[in-house]
Write a protein that binds this ligand. Structure first.
Ligand code: ADP
Ligand code: MG
Length: 227
């Protein structure tokens, strides 16, 4: 329990700080990228390697920021009743390009008559983006990401995001959500940290079910009613 408490303290401090900073970085980043792209044309042949490195590092900064707040504006957080199916559909549209490039297909299934859920839709999108991005990244040869939404009437909505990737060894599952925990060469280890924090703020929970060599399921439970 002690460990759990400490982990969530670190989560909220790091999360709030980082979300604020990420906001300040995003706008100058866009300008930088634009102007550097314009410079490419006048760059000498023997310097083109520098250009590649600059662009790849800029993309890295960009993906770190995306993990924090592609949509969630700290000043515009608004909890209200939302149709989770619509929130998910909009998220999948955002990720369509990335899925296509990686040979990944989305398979989206949902129960009839899903109740509205009291939540912050942009933050929920942030959670879905981070988890689905991981699912795409874990299938270098492509495959299916299956998303299912059902509900326990009057209690919670249950979202499952399933991939056919490498899976996660049992003892590593508890490390998920730790700030900066990553097993990727160019990972940030921030996506799940932010996602777990948002789910906690919704009084929800996450369960990870995984089998090495078969795939991983992220179960997200969000209470339906405000309390
Ligand atoms: P990053 O993606 O930058 O590494 P995340 O916080 O998104 O950071 O994920 C942390 C780590 O959790 C990943 O590096 C990976 O080891 C593990 N992980 C997350 N999602 C999956 C998944 N769907 N399949 C396998 N491992 C995963
Ligand atoms: Mg990630």
């Amino acid at each position: 329990l002690q460990e759990q408490l400490q982990k969530s303290d670190t989560l909220s401090v790091v999360g709030e700080l980082a979300a604020g900073i990420a906001h300040e970085i995003r706008n100058p980043m866009t300008a930088l990228k634009g102007f550097i792209q314009l410079l490419e044309m006048s760059i000498k042949e023997d310097h083109s390697m520098y250009f590649k490195v600059i662009m790849s590092e800029l993309r890295r900064i960009e993906s770190t920021i995306t993990e924090f707040l592609i949509l969630a504006k700290p000043q515009a957080i608004q909890f209200k009743n939302n149709d989770m199916r619509k929130v998910m559909q909009e998220t999948l549209e955002l990720l369509n390009g990335q899925a296509l490039m990686n040979n990944v297909q989305f398979n989206f299934k949902y129960a009839d008559e899903l109740p509205d859920v009291f939540c912050e839709p942009n933050q929920m999108k942030q959670v879905f983006i981070n988890i689905i991005k991981n699912a795409i990244e874990v299938m270098p040869e492509g495959g299916f990401v299956t998303i299912t939404i059902d509900n326990q009437p009057n209690e919670y909505i249950h979202i499952v995001i399933e991939d056919e990737g490498e899976g996660i060894p049992e003892k590593k599952i508890k490390r998920l959500g730790e700030p900066f925990y990553t097993t990727k060469e160019r990972g940030t280890g921030l996506g799940l940290m932010v996602s777990y924090k948002i789910i906690k703020e919704h009084k929800g929970k996450v369960e990870v079910e995984s089998e090495v060599g078969v795939g991983t399921k992220f179960h997200i439970y969000i209470p339906i009613k405000r309390n």
